[in-house]
Design a protein around this ligand. Structure first.
Ligand SMILES: [Zn+2]
Length: 484
């Protein structure tokens, strides 16, 4: 009886889930009935808050409304009318855009700062909508995109070695898997179609891909040979050598129409947008990490390369990695109890925890050794009770036994963790984009000299403004700069 019931349920399940439909956008047969539109919407809604928690909602009613208006305008020209679209600017400095099932599309403020007119932004939105109309995100979802997002958060919260393992593969793919080349091409094709239908110049798509490529080259120049230098956008939407050429050809297939790139509107909308790290992200200044919103700072040892990720800060040297993150505990729960029963709940091989004090804050430390990539590595954990409910943790992985000099450096780093006074908090302000009209006599060199960076000023200014190496400044034209 029980078996029959199960069989019956499975039968219904099979009927519902095995339908093969023709996708109106791509014309392809798809086994997408396994995720009906209502289920896509449910998944999107469930994950919307998690994504906002992770990346942050960019506080700016004008810019949010602007992006949503453009998104809704483009969405009217698609083949799917069963999707309710939601467009959100996230408070992330990295250049990225992504779509999740149910019509949820996210654009980073880093991407907003990089684009040079409304048509370029529209091309990105069109591309993301293309992933949704072609149901790529639905297909990708089944491969575990959002499972990945959840997994990353979970392992950081509960298991330090897993977090350390992930630190080795820094980048957006920690959160979102990339689309296949075929899906990228399809989304480009659909995006250009929607761009044209919405009255924009379809060549804006190739223009913005070139802008992204220039940003990638600039990052490579700034970061040296760092393999993570490519904009995060390319981690989720891989660029292939033929992608730009292909978008140029696709755009050329459309008849000429009178278009407006809306550069003036775009520039006035992004004037003042936060550039680089925000109070929500915390600031990396030299070897210091400062978080004014959470109210603390600490310093990594000299020579550590620092990565400020959404849920952790990672410092890496040639022979050790230091991961910093935080969590909420129950009021009244001791830091020792939290360390043992939450952060170390899956382990029993750690040394007896030792109670310490870090700049007046109760803390506890322990260590354990474990195999990592075939070598025994030692992990030291320092858990600090910041206040009644907020806890922070340093997890430091080194060779076993750890060299004495490294231990001294790392100890100094953890003991540098301290609370910020109101006056100290006030010292740190985010950089912002400022729009201005060039005057006669302005040159790239003279304008770039004013941006608040120490290196590659001219290249930074050119990439920000989409200028090639030969382009010169035109008086009275609008440009972007960065101010502090
Ligand atoms: Zn894509």
């Amino acid at each position: 009886m029980h078996g029959l019931k199960t069989f019956f349920k499975m039968g219904v399940f099979f009927l519902v889930l095995s339908g093969c439909t023709t996708n109106l956008a791509t014309g392809e047969k798809q086994f997408t009935a396994f995720m009906p539109a209502e289920q896509e919407a449910k998944i999107g809604a469930e994950n919307h808050q998690a994504i906002l928690d992770e990346f942050g909602y960019y506080e700016g009613a004008t810019i949010q409304a602007y992006v949503n208006n453009i998104g809704q305008k483009i969405a009217k020209h698609t083949e799917r009318d069963d999707v309710k679209y939601t467009f959100t600017v996230v408070d992330s400095p990295v250049v990225n855009a992504f779509a999740v099932p149910g019509g949820y599309i996210y654009i980073s403020r880093g991407l907003m700062a990089l684009a040079n007119d409304e048509a370029e932004l529209a091309s990105v939105i069109g591309h993301e909508i293309g992933h949704i109309t072609a149901r790529h995100s639905a297909q990708q979802q089944s491969q575990g995109v959002l499972a990945n997002l959840g997994l990353a958060a979970l392992s950081i919260a509960t298991d330090a070695p897993a977090a350390l393992g992930q630190a080795a593969s820094l980048g957006a793919d920690l959160y979102l898997k990339s689309y296949s080349r075929k899906h990228e091409h399809q989304a480009d094709e659909l995006g250009i179609r929607y761009l044209y239908r919405a009255g924009y110049n379809p060549s804006a798509s190739a223009e913005f891909l070139e802008q992204l490529e220039a940003e990638g080259n600039l990052n490579a120049l700034i970061e040296g040979k760092n393999a993570n230098a490519v904009p995060e956008y390319f981690s989720t939407h891989p660029i292939t050598t033929d992608r730009i050429d292909r978008t140029i050809q696709l755009a050329a297939n459309y008849p000429l129409q009178s278009t407006d790139d809306k550069k003036v509107t775009y520039f006035s909308t992004i004037d003042g947008i936060v550039y680089g790290e925000s109070p929500r992200n915390g600031y990396v200044r030299g070897q210091d990490f400062i978080h004014t919103e959470l109210g603390f700072k600490f310093s990594f040892p000299e020579g550590y390369k620092i990565s400020n990720l959404p849920t952790q800060v990672v410092g890496q040297s040639s022979n050790s990695v230091m991961v910093f993150d935080g969590a909420k505990k129950e009021a009244g729960q001791s830091i020792q109890d939290y360390l043992i029963n939450v952060w170390l709940k899956n382990r029993s091989d750690y040394a007896v925890p030792e109670t310490i004090t870090v700049n007046g804050m109760p803390a506890v430390t322990t260590s354990f050794s474990a195999l990592a990539s075939g070598k025994t590595r030692t992990t030291r954990i320092i858990a600090i009770a910041f206040d009644n409910t907020q806890v922070y943790r340093f997890a430091i992985q080194t060779a076993n036994p750890p060299p004495a000099t490294i231990l001294t450096d790392l100890k100094r780093a953890t003991y540098s963790f301290k609370k910020l006074s109101a006056a100290e908090k006030a010292q740190y302000k985010p950089k912002r984009i400022k729009v201005f009209a060039a005057k006669a006599g302005d040159t790239v060199a003279s304008l770039a000299a004013r941006i608040p960076f120490d290196d590659h000023k001219e290249q930074r200014f050119r990439v920000l403004n989409g200028l090639s190496a030969r382009d010169t400044i035109q008086p009275n034209k609008l440009y972007k700069t960065i101010v502090e």
